[in-house]
Design a protein around this ligand. Structure first.
Ligand SMILES: C[S@@+](CC[C@H](N)C(=O)[O-])C[C@H]1O[C@@H](n2cnc3c(N)ncnc32)[C@H](O)[C@@H]1O
Length: 450
């Protein structure tokens, strides 16, 4: 049996992810389009790419045990991709070891010539002699075993563990969080315009109301791109956690006028779409700002169904001085490490560096300072990140309250009121969601006023 097309698609995509920093979500559909696989083969290739990328840390740890090498970086890139994919095929998808080894050897011959085939054959035969539970024991017993087995960079495990403890969650849930980060997320829809129940009734797919968001539907199968309301912008694909953060921004209570709204970092326009629909209902005017033109273009497309919206391209850090005390309601959905949405971007965790955190927290601080400047007295400023890391969340809250003269409102209370249902949240004034607890991205949100 020669190398199957689905495995060839997966290897090509994994190589582009490894060597060109490609994104699986962009590169895989391009390669799939060219390959014209059957839906079944395309689904298999997709699982190979996403599963292998998510569990790369685990498979590399096993291969280091087998080969005695310090790093997989010493191997030729195609050999690296083929071994990782074969490990996923054998250990996670339970394809028979015989078929996996034979496919991997064929792939090695096709991509690298005859020379490394013996090496690949030997390594995979050794892999097949033990089952997943046995490899688990060995990897967990080694240095940084938790990080390796649950396939996260060690520095990130340390940060996530600190985040759980600092947000008042149980640090013993760390492995549950890491496991959840390795599970594919559900596809959620946010109903911006129209009635959720009516939409649910007429959709040709199985959808369920989301657990917490009153505007959300959770899809169990089907392609959202085929839904007419998604194409028209009345409904959008958006994680339930992001919906909850937008509801927080919409429902934070304030006294006096409530007509000047600002989404300071709006690209690609997910939250702005919900805000724009609500602004239209309440007669408010929304300014959606984004620093990058190409991301502002995405905001334009997301906000196409709405009229009274202004889309601006500009640096949010300048708004506070340019428009002091102008806005009644501000959403600052800050650029962040995105470490709360690792489920969505399987390759992302390997590209983040602790140095990114330093750069981003400095930017977040400047944006918060600007947002505080643009907020009128008595207005509300909602600070959101799709990261639970302490430096991007609690440390910024401290900066806002100690240095910027802002005070916090109870975000959990506001959220509970907005969704009219109970949601388990730790004590305190912030909302921190978790994939293992709420089934959402690990979004953080808090509400300030002055
Ligand atoms: C977390 S994303 C916002 C997501 C968006 N609110 C949504 O729901 O679709 C942060 C955005 O901030 C933008 N950004 C980064 N630096 C900025 C700055 N100095 N001023 C304004 N926007 C900025 C990024 O380009 C990115 O689009």
């Amino acid at each position: 049996m020669s190398l199957t097309d689905s495995r060839r698609v997966a290897i090509d995509t994994l190589l582009d992810i490894d060597l060109e920093e490609a994104y699986a979500s962009i590169r895989l559909p391009e390669i799939l389009r060219q390959a014209q696989l059957s839906p079944r083969d395309a689904a298999f290739a997709t699982e190979l790419v996403y599963g292998t990328s998510r569990l790369t840390g685990r498979y590399d740890a096993i291969f280091r045990l087998i080969t005695g090498r310090r790093s997989m970086g010493e191997l030729d890139p195609p050999v690296r991709a083929i071994l990782r994919m074969a490990a996923h095929d054998m250990l996670a998808l339970k394809t028979s070891p015989h078929a996996v080894v034979s496919q991997a050897v064929d792939a090695t011959r096709e991509y690298c010539g005859h020379r490394p085939t013996g090496f690949v054959n030997g390594v995979l035969r050794t892999l097949s002699r033990r089952d997943l539970a046995e490899w688990r024991c060995d990897v967990l017993a080694g240095r940084d075993g938790i990080a390796h087995w649950y396939s996260h960079p060690s520095w990130l495990v340390t940060e996530l563990s600190a985040a759980l403890a600092s947000h008042g969650d149980d640090p013993r849930d760390l492995t549950k969080l890491l496991v959840a980060n390795n599970n594919p997320p559900s596809v959620d829809l946010a109903v911006r315009i129209g009635d959720r129940a009516a939409l649910q009734r007429h959709l040709p797919f199985d959808v369920e109301p989301t657990l917490y968001s009153p505007i959300g539907l959770r899809m169990s199968r089907g392609n959202p791109g085929r839904i007419r309301e998604v194409r028209s912008g009345k409904v959008a694909v958006q994680d339930e956690g992001s919906q909850l953060m937008t509801l927080l921004a919409m429902h934070a209570p304030l006294e006096g006028p409530d007509s000047a709204w600002l989404d300071m970092c709006a690209g690609p326009g997910g939250k702005a779409g919900i805000l724009a629909a609500e602004a239209a209902r309440r007669g408010a005017h929304l300014v959606a700002n984004e620093v990058f033109e190409h991301r502002a273009e995405l905001v334009r497309s997301s906000l196409a169904p709405f009229e009274d919206v202004q889309i601006r391209v500009g640096d949010g850090r300048e708004i506070g001085e340019a428009e002091p005390k102008k806005y009644d309601r501000i959403l600052l959905d800050a650029p962040c490490t995105g470490t709360g949405s690792l489920r969505r971007r399987p390759e992302a965790r390997w590209r983040k560096r602790p140095a990114d955190l330093e750069e981003l927290t400095a930017l977040q601080r400047e944006l918060l300072t600007s947002a505080a400047g643009a907020l009128r007295d008595g207005g509300v400023l909602v600070y959101v990140t799709c990261s639970p890391l302490v430096a991007e969340t609690l440390t910024q809250v401290r900066h806002a309250t100690k240095t910027l003269g802002l005070t916090q409102l109870s975000a959990p209370e506001i959220l509970r009121g907005a969704i009219a249902t109970d949601i388990e949240l730790p004590e305190g004034d912030n909302v921190q969601l978790w994939p293992h607890r709420h089934g959402t991205d690990a979004m953080f949100g808090t509400v300030f006023t002055r």
